[in-house]
Design a protein. Structure first.
Lengths: 282, 259
């Protein structure tokens, strides 16, 4: 229950003077974390390169890393612009899913009836492979980004819902007593007690759902190849047996994934008052 | 003249009890663990509904007293908002239910009075337990409540801090108070006899569960109290009376349960 900075509007007038030093300022300690995996990755790439050359592996099976990189940089503008589409779908779904889940969680945290009505359905949706809805969503929403965003939203929804409910309820009972003792309204208790208490939980779930939303976006794009996006690129180039382009598209997806995850971590450092994260639901 | 602030009713953990706490009086409630001290306090604060009987706080129900922000609560744990600075934690009571904020409390002054002016911008986690409890005290006093309810507020502190806080509390208790309200009263729950005698004007002794009030002992040491008074004959005498009441025939010599 105890620790550092905050997330909501309170913090604007709270205590900007006493902020944790950010890794953004001093990058040196970060190098210790970034360099080892980069070197490991490079070694793997070199090993694959040697293997592909020595064993003369077919380009349809395992294109050489240098071939993939060459294609990646030659066609960079294509991967970049298709990547932006995928990113847009992913972020749109994430925003929609997170907003809807947080709102519902706020309701559930206040009403047992709502909890009983909603949670079983939410769990049903969770155990159903959401991807299976893609063809249906395309029929419903049409040949546009909407069904893809809907899939990304649906796939991010559950972890946020469960974490937000837990967060809204993780309130010190004595603190709650104090709010009651001055006749604070339900809204005041929510705004000044439950919502800030839930912020670390929301960030924990965001870490999970940000990558889930990317999965949702890519798989949805497989089904609507005419509309572009990296999922569409993979689907098309797979049909063309241009495996090096498939790899290049995957590389771009990896970069997007790393960027998104890093953004969440940085946002958490900036906005969350707690650094020791609660265990998150998957 | 006595001013009736409230009457105790019966509740699950507490057997039929009737008590009146006089305005302007500092009352300590002592008794063995589990005797219902906390239940009684929560009843007065309107946090637990009464199963019968009536609680009146300055002639109002506890709910009405909450609505008019006439109750200042301090718990055993500081229960501060971890994401707010000291300053904003103290301000909390003023900020909530703002229609009833009529007190002209100067938050800066209050923080100064609890000796934390250098720590205004700090977060609770950066403070010691004693400092956190001072913030909780300042938060309770910020709404200038005519009734201060404290549930073992110093129990979690180390002994040195605890003894210091007694006299600090006495000083804070008497500060700036709205003259249109009745003089400030306090109910202080503790299981430390020395603490009760050092702070209170009147010590109420409760029996083990089901709790009831078995003794009502006035404390004669004059105010303002000072630490030296704890060595005075009066203090020793009053302490002995309270201890004797706790051991009285209705109370087993050894507490039945340490729950």
């Amino acid at each position: 229950m105890i620790s550092k900075p905050i997330s909501d509007l309170d913090q604007l007038n709270a205590a900007p003077a006493r902020r944790i030093p950010l890794a953004l300022v001093d990058l040196r300690p970060l190098l210790g974390w970034i360099l080892p995996p980069l070197i490991a990755l490079l070694l793997v790439a070199v090993a694959v390169e040697i293997w592909a050359r020595v064993a003369d592996v077919s380009i349809w099976v395992m294109p050489r890393p240098t071939t993939v990189l060459e294609n990646f940089f030659t066609d960079f503008s294509r991967y970049f612009s298709e990547g932006l589409k995928t990113l847009g779908v992913s972020l749109g779904g994430l925003a929609l899913g997170t907003a809807a889940a947080t709102l519902l969680a706020a309701g559930v945290a206040h009403s047992q009836i709502l909890e009983r009505a909603v949670l079983p359905i939410a769990i049903m949706v969770k155990v159903t492979p959401v991807i299976a809805f893609i063809p249906l969503f395309i029929i419903w929403f049409g040949y546009n980004p909407a069904p893809k965003i809907a899939i990304a939203a649906l796939i991010t929804y559950f972890p946020v819902l469960i974490n937000a409910i837990a967060g809204f309820r993780d309130v010190d009972p004595r603190m709650h007593d104090f709010f009651r003792s001055v006749d604070a309204s339900t809204w005041e208790i929510f705004r000044h007690l439950r919502l800030p208490a839930a912020v670390p939980y929301l960030f924990a779930s965001l870490k999970i759902s940000v990558t889930l939303s990317l999965i949702g976006a890519v798989v949805a794009e497989f089904f609507s190849a005419g509309q572009g996006g990296l999922g569409a690129v993979i689907s098309i180039e797979y049909d063309n047996l241009r495996v090096e382009r498939v790899f290049a598209a995957v590389l771009m997806l990896t970069l997007i994934g790393v960027t998104l995850s890093t953004a969440v971590v940085v946002a958490e450092r900036l906005f969350s008052w707690r650094l020791d994260q609660p265990v998150s639901a998957s | 003249m006595t001013y009736q602030t409230k009457e105790g009713g019966q509740l699950e953990a507490v057997s039929p009890t009737s008590l009146t706490i006089r305005a302007g009086e500092f009352t300590a409630l002592v008794g063995p663990s589990g005797c219902g001290k906390t239940s009684l306090m929560r009843l007065i604060a309107g946090l637990t509904p009464s199963s019968g009987g009536e609680v009146l706080v300055f002639g109002q129900t506890p709910r009405e007293a909450q609505r008019h922000k006439r109750l200042g609560l301090v718990f055993q744990e500081p229960a501060l908002l971890a994401w707010r600075s000291v300053e904003d934690n103290v301000r909390l009571g003023l900020q909530l239910n703002p229609r009833e904020t009529h007190s002209s409390t100067n938050v800066d002054e209050l923080i100064d009075l609890v000796g934390l002016s250098a720590f205004k911008r700090y977060r609770p986690a950066e403070l010691s337990g004693g400092m956190q409890q001072r913030v909780a005290l300042a938060r309770a006093l910020a709404i200038d409540p005519p009734l201060l309810l404290m549930d073992e507020p110093f129990a979690a502190l180390d002994e040195i801090t605890r003894e210091q806080m007694r006299y600090e509390l006495q000083r804070l208790w008497s500060i700036s108070h709205d003259p249109t309200e009745p003089p400030r009263s306090a109910v202080f729950v503790t299981h430390s006899v020395a603490e009760a005698v050092a702070i209170a004007d009147r010590v109420l002794v409760m029996s083990p569960r089901p709790g009831r009030i078995i003794a009502d002992i006035p404390i004669s040491t004059p105010r303002p109290r000072r630490p030296e008074h704890e060595h005075s004959d009066r203090f020793v005498n009053d302490t002995a009376i309270v201890r004797a009441a706790l051991r009285s025939p209705t109370t087993p010599a050894v507490p039945l349960d340490a729950a």
